[in-house]
Design a protein. Structure first.
Lengths: 304, 304
């Protein structure tokens, strides 16, 4: 099945208690693409970069099966740049620099060959861009998933609510779920948010795992306790990429299969945080993934 | 199997966003006792109270199978009293009053009939008291479990380390595990703490669930998403009581059975927080518990 991914392809400078890495690869689009690439091979990326972006990185993406025809390259432009520093406990972070650069004028043009994509992953961008992408599709997709953040709830809530009506799966963190719904208890927040449009809500809790809500059904997947978390950047995107990639590879949108999707997403997020940037998520093989899925399986398994 | 519980039997005044309740029943000993009472009926309580304690509450405890011969009643004494106010998000709380009262001079005398107890639950008290209890036992118990907190790590670390050498299962929260071990990653913290004595470590993460570590084995049990959390007081004690009660009822200290114990503890904690004080945990029946265990089972169940 075909997967359309809209997100950033960017540079990051990241400081964590484990080191500082300057001008490394970042951006939701490439994280989602890499994580999905282990499950599905028809991946179409929609993004924008400057001509400062390294050819080597673009060819690495193509080699993992990503079609980059939808990545606009702006001549003499600079790619989106973010710099951040994580706190000692890795749970919080401060943004030091956000240079939108070419992203400031991003008006996605979906190539004709992308318009009948069956699975759509709308990475965290302005709701206007997310709506524009959906408007350009020629065929109703099988599954539309959207990631967003508190910033868009603060500055573009009405547009966010518009796009939510057209989305099947929403993925946000626990604080964002509380902000969007006005409810503290996550089970109540999920009821409110499902009435806004998305029939499936995934609440990401970082090192505390993820919850999937659908009607009265709830599923919880833990995060794997890891010996080392070097850089949490991209974890949420790799989670989303692993989830949507698995969904696209199976073509089965049942709740039971979404549970497996959540575990696949959690596994990809766990790989992502073990090293800086996309360094770990670029170099996995099937055995790495199978072993990790088995660890997730064993982690919560018990018989009454 | 017989279960010996050492803990406080006390009064609390509790304020949460859902109300304020004055001079209600509190204390780790009675929470542990009630939670365990649904699984085992030979429960011996060691504690201290003033003669201000309500007879009705003592007879309620006896009616749930708790032997109170080990509860010293101090004539003209006042029972331990704690007052606290929870923050709006219920995750943090401020202690407003701690009146030790009779607890200040607590020097537990273990009745002869208690000294061969097979399962020992040492509630959160000074390490000196916990050591004194172990010193008075006449037979090596099958399983000793200990609860403690950051306060004892701050003011009595050496004595705490002494008692830890004699304990099979330690239960603390994630921040306490980090403080005790000096390691941030919980999987590393668990390795360090297991070398201090307890072969089994349970890390409680409140609304984020609980982890069980033993050697290289890890098990994770989520907390159940609840519609309403009215009062978190006693949740950790009910978790411990459900766990040790289940362990005592089965007589099986294998890792597989401890996983079931963790789930039983999580279920009892989930009942506890749904109402103030011990109001909910006092009035359960087997069907309530079976239904809840089934919800826990379904919450994390998936097939690869």
């Amino acid at each position: 099945m075909s997967l359309l991914v809209v997100g950033t392809v960017a540079y990051d400078t990241i400081e964590t208690p484990f080191g500082k890495e300057e001008m490394v690869i970042g951006g939701s689009g490439q994280y989602i693409g890499y994580a999905a690439s282990y499950f599905v091979n028809d991946i179409k990326i929609v993004s924008i970069i400057g001509d400062d972006y390294q050819d080597k990185e673009l060819s690495d993406m193509k080699n993992r099966g990503m079609d980059l025809d939808g990545v606009e390259v702006v001549k003499d432009g600079k790619s989106f740049f973010w710099a951040g520093k994580y706190h000692d406990d890795m749970n919080g972070r401060d943004t030091l620099v956000t240079d939108l650069n070419v992203l400031a004028d991003f008006d996605p043009k979906i190539p004709n060959g992308y318009k009948d994509s069956e699975y759509i992953m709308l990475g965290n961008l302005t709701p206007d861009i997310q709506i524009s992408v959906l408007d350009q599709l020629s065929v109703k997709p099988k599954l539309v998933m959207l990631d967003t953040m508190n910033f868009w709830m603060d500055v573009a809530l009405d547009r966010l609510k518009e796009v939510l009506k057209r989305v099947d799966v929403l993925t946000i963190n626990d604080e964002e779920a509380r902000q969007l719904s006005g409810e503290y208890a996550l089970i109540k927040a999920a009821e409110v948010i499902q009435k806004m449009g998305p029939k499936y809500l995934i609440i990401k809790k970082g090192e505390h795992g993820a919850l999937l809500f659908h009607g009265d059904d709830v599923f919880f997947a833990p995060a794997l306790p890891l010996h080392q978390v070097k850089d949490p950047t991209g974890a949420g995107d790799c989670f989303a990429g692993g989830f949507i990639g698995y969904m696209a590879s199976t073509g089965d949108s049942s709740f039971e299969n979404m549970k497996r999707g959540i575990v696949h997403g959690s596994a990809m997020a766990s790989f992502c945080v073990e090293d800086f940037s996309n360094w770990n998520i670029k170099k996995l093989d099937q055995k790495n993934i199978d072993d990790r899925l088995r660890r997730f399986y064993n982690l919560t398994r018990f018989e009454l």
